[in-house]
Design a protein. Sequence first.
Length: 1088
Amino acid sequence: MWGNSILFFRKIAVEIIVMTLLFLGCSKKSEEISYLFKELSKDQTGIDFKNTLTEDAEHSIINYIYYYNGSGVATGDVNNDGLPDLYFASNTNENKLYLNKGNLTFEDISQQANIQSDASWNTGVTMVDINNDGYLDIYLCSVSGLLDFKGHNELFINNGDGTFTEKAKEYGLDFKGYSTQAYFFDYDKDNDLDVYIVNHAVHTIVSHGPAHQRNKRAPMVGDVLIQNNGGTFTDVSQKAGIFGGVNGYGLSAAIADYNNDGWDDIYVCNDFHEDDYYYINNQDGTFAESLSGAFSTISRFSMGSDVADINGDSYQDLITLDMLPKNERVIKESEGDDAMFNLQERLKKLGYKDQYSRNMLQINNGGAYFHESALFNNIADTDWSWAPLIADFDNDGHQDLFITNGILRRPNDLDFKKYVASTFKNKGTGKEGLKWLYNSINEMPSGKVANQIFKGNSQKFTNKTGSWIQEKPSLTNGAIYADLDLDGDLDLVLNNLNDFAGIYENTSNNAKNYISLKFDYKKGNQEGIGTKAIVYTQTNSQLKQLFKSRGFLSSVGHTLHFGLDTIKNIDSIRIIWPDRTFQKIINPAPNQKLTVKYLPKNQIHSYRKPNTNSSSYFTKVAMMDFVHSEDTYNDFNIERLIPYKVSTLGPAIAIADMDGNGFEDVFIGNASGKKAVLFMNNGHGFTKAAIPEIEKDAVFEDNAAVFFDADNDNDLDVYVASGISALETTKADRLYINNDGVFKKATYQIPSNNLNTSCVAAYDYDHDGDEDLFVGNLSQPNNFGLHVASYLLVNDGKGNFSKDTDFTLISKVTSAIWQDMNEDGYKDLLISTEWDSPKIYMNHKGKLLAAEIPENLNGLWQSVTGYDIDKDGDQDIVLGNWGLNTKFYASANKPLLLYHNDFDSNGKYETVLAYPVHGKYYPVNSKDELASQMNIINVRYIKYKDFALQPVEKVLTKFGVENSGKYEVHTLVSGYIENKNGNFKNFVPLPKDFQLGPVNSFSEVTINGEQQLLVSGNSEKVNTYHGAYTSLKGLLVKTNSDYIPSSTLGIEPFNSQIKKTASISMKDKNILLVLSNNDSLKLYSYKN
C-alpha cells in the first residue's frame, strides 16, 4: 500500500515538473522580444576583439583620470570590394582589422596587415585616404609622455595589397602627447584634407587656473590644427586662432558648416571646468571662437558629440554627452550639480561659462545661435555616456539617436570620495600611499549601464531601449553605424571595455525605403569629405554632411544614408560639394546605393540666408539708456533647499501718458540700490525726467508698478510693488501721489504690505468712479513655501485704500490682468499662480466670483493674459507655465510635491520638494543639501547609500511631515483655457515651441493691421540642479497653430531672461520694449 502511494506521488511530482518546464518554456517564448537590433555572437561574425583593461598600482584611474575611457572603432572599405570593414583600437592590447566577407561574417587579417601599434596607449581611430591613392589609410591616436606611456599618433598607409606601412613621421602627423581623436576636413578649401586633433589635459596645479590660460599653448596637451600642404602637414594652430592651454580637456569634436556659409566650423567638447569651444571659420585660414555668443548652456563634463539636422530646417544641430544618471539610487549616491553651486561661482570669477552636468541637444536657430532642448526630449540623463550617434535607424525619414554607456567604476561616488578623503591623509604621499589609493578603487561601485536608443519624430525623441535593442548593463565606449550587410539599413558596431565587441544587425530590412549616397570628388579629397546632400521628397527635405569622425573615439564610413519611410518617389537630390558648387539629381530611384561623381563647371550654390523680412517688422534701436542690475542678495544662502529664487522678479514697468501730449511715457523700476527711471515721450524720442521722491527709495527692490489716478485729481499717480532685498526695512509697497508733476510718497493711504509683491493691476472694478487695485503677492521673505494673501484694495475716491474683506486669496501669485472675458462691460480678474491653479474671477457688477476651471491645473504658472488664440471670436485665457524643458515632471496622477514646515524646530521653515519614481516619492534635494539646512540628516544617514532610495516621507518622518503644508503641481505645460460661451472648462496645451522654457510675459502687438501676441520668457533664477532655462526663443503668435519665432523678425531673445515686454506709440512708428532681469533694456521699432 505504501509502495503504491510512493509511486503515485512520484507520478504526480513528475507531472508537476513536466508541466512546470512546459509552462516556463511557453512563458519564455511568449516573452521573447523581436528587437530592431539583433546582437550577433563572435561565433556568428568571426569578430573576437576584446578591449581588456588591466590595472595595477602604477596604472589605474588614480594615476590617469581617463583610464576608463576605452577606445574606438572605425569602419571603411580598405580593400575596395564594396563591403565595409572594421578596425578596433585597444587601449593596451592588440588592435584588430577585420575584412567583411559578406553576410555579416568577418576575417581577422590583423597580423598580415601589419596594423599593430607601437604606442603604449591607443584611443581614437579614423579611416581616411590621406595620400589620395584610392585606398583607405588608418590614423590612430595615442597617449604618450604620461606615466610610462610611449609612442606617438600613427598613420598606417594602405599599400593596396592587404598590408599597411606606418608613416606618421614622414607625413608630419606623428603627434606626441595626450591625444584623443583626429578629425579630417578641408578647412581652408584648398582641396586636400587637413586635420584637427583633439587632445586632453590631466589634473595639475595649473590646469584649474584662470580661463585665459587657454590662450597660451601647452605642448602635448592643447588641441592642434594641422594644415595639409600637398601631402605634408604643418601645425598652424596658433596662427589659426585655436586654443591650446593646459586647461583643455578635449574629449571629442563635431565638424559641420553650422552657419551655412559654405565653410566648415568646429565644436570641441571639453571635460571638467573648461568651456567647450565653438570655432567659426573666418574663411581666411583662421577661426573665431564664438561659444558665448551662440550657446547659452553647455554640458559640464562634455564627452562624445555628434551633429545632424534633427528638425529638418537645413541647419545642423548638435548633441553633447555628459554623465547625469537616471537611476534614483545612483543620483543620490553620486556627486552632481547640486554640489557645484559654490564651485560654479568660483569658476565664473575665473572666466569660465556656466555649465551643467547633463546631455545637451543644441538646436540651431538659423546659424545665429542655439537653444538647448535635451530635457524636453527626455535624452538629458543617460548616465555615464560616451558616444552619441544620430542616424535614421528605422528608415522612417526622422533622425534617431543611439548612445553608448557605462564606466568600469564610478569615481564620483560620494561614499568613495568621503572614504578616501577621511582615510588617505593618514597613508602618506609616497609609494605606500599610492598603493593604498590603488587598493581603494575596489570601493568604487560598478558603473555598468545599458546603452540607450531613441526614436526620433517631428516632435521629440522617444526612448526605445528594451524594444529596439536589448537593455543590458554594459561598458561601451566607441561605436559606429554602417550597413554591414548592404541590405539598406544601418547596423551598429560597439567597442566594449572588458568584453567582446558588439555587432548588432538591424532587422528592419525592406520595411521602409532608403537611399544611400557615396561621392567621387576631386583628387585630394576623393571621398568628398565635407560634401552636403539634400534629399527632397513631397513631404520634407533632409540635409546631411559627410564627416567621418563622430561620436567618441570612432569614425563612420564614407556614405550618407537617408531613410524615406514609405515614399517611393524622390523629387531630387542636391549635392553641394566642398568647393561650394552643386549638382542636382532628378527623380533618382529609392532603395539603391548611388555613387555621385563630381562634374566640373557646376554652378555655385547660393548660401544666402532665407529672407526673414526683419526690415518689415522689428528693427533694433537705441532710444533709452537703462540697465537693470540685480543686487547681491542670494535666496539660496538663506533657504538652501528651494528650487529657484523669488527675489529676481524685476524690472518693474509702468506705461501711461503722464503729460497729456498723446504719447505714452515709461517708468522702469530697478533692483535694490539702483535708481528707477522715468522716460518722457515727445513722439520723436525720450528724455529722462527727475523723480526725486522715488529716487530716494532706490534701496527698495522694484518688482512691479502701475500708473493710475489714485486720488481722482485727473493726473496719474504710481504704485510701486516691492520685493525681496538684503535690507529688512525695504519690503513695503509704495504709493506716490502726483501733485502737479511732483511725486510724494503716501504715508497711510495704502495698507501695509511687507510681502514679496509680484504684480499690481489697477481697475475700477466696482464702477464707482475711482480706480481700485489688485495686489498680488508671491511669497513671504525667507519663507519660500508659504502661501500668502493677495489683496483687492478698494479706493474710497480720495486715494485711501482698504482691503476688500469679501475677497480672499491665499496662494502664490505671479501675475494678474483685468480683462473683460464675457463682454458685459465689467473687466474680470485673471491671475496666474505657482503651486496652485490659475484663478479666474468673473466680475458680476462689482462682485468678484471665482469661475469654474478645468481640474488638475495646479502648475508653476508665470503669466496670464486674455487673447483670442483660437480665433473663434472670444477671449481665451492664455497661461505661461514652467515648460517641459526641465528636470521637473508633473502630472495629475504623479504630481510634483512641495512640503513646507519647520522640520528641525529651529524657528525657520524649510521647503522640501519631492518627485515620483516608480510609485514612490523621493526628495529632489541631495543628502548634503538637506543636511545643510537640517544637520540631523547627517546623523540619521551616515552614508550616502543609506540615504539613497529613502522615500521623502521616511526622510522627514520624525520631522512632522504629516502636519506639513503640502502643495502639488499637476502640469508644467503652457497652454490656454478655451472660452466657450463664457465657460472655461477645457485646457488646451500649446505646441512644443511654447514648452522650451518658462513663459514670463505676454504682450499684444499689431503687425500689418493684425493683432498678435508676443510670447517671451526664460529664467536663470534656478539653482545648479536645474541649470539655466534659456531655450525659449520667443514667439509671435496669431493662433495656437500659426506662429513664428520672434528671432526671425529681428528680435533677439538669445540668452535673455525676459521678464516683461510692452509696446508704445511714437509719431511715425511703434516701439517694443523688452525688459530682462539683470540686463540692459532693448528697444525695437516697428510699424502697424
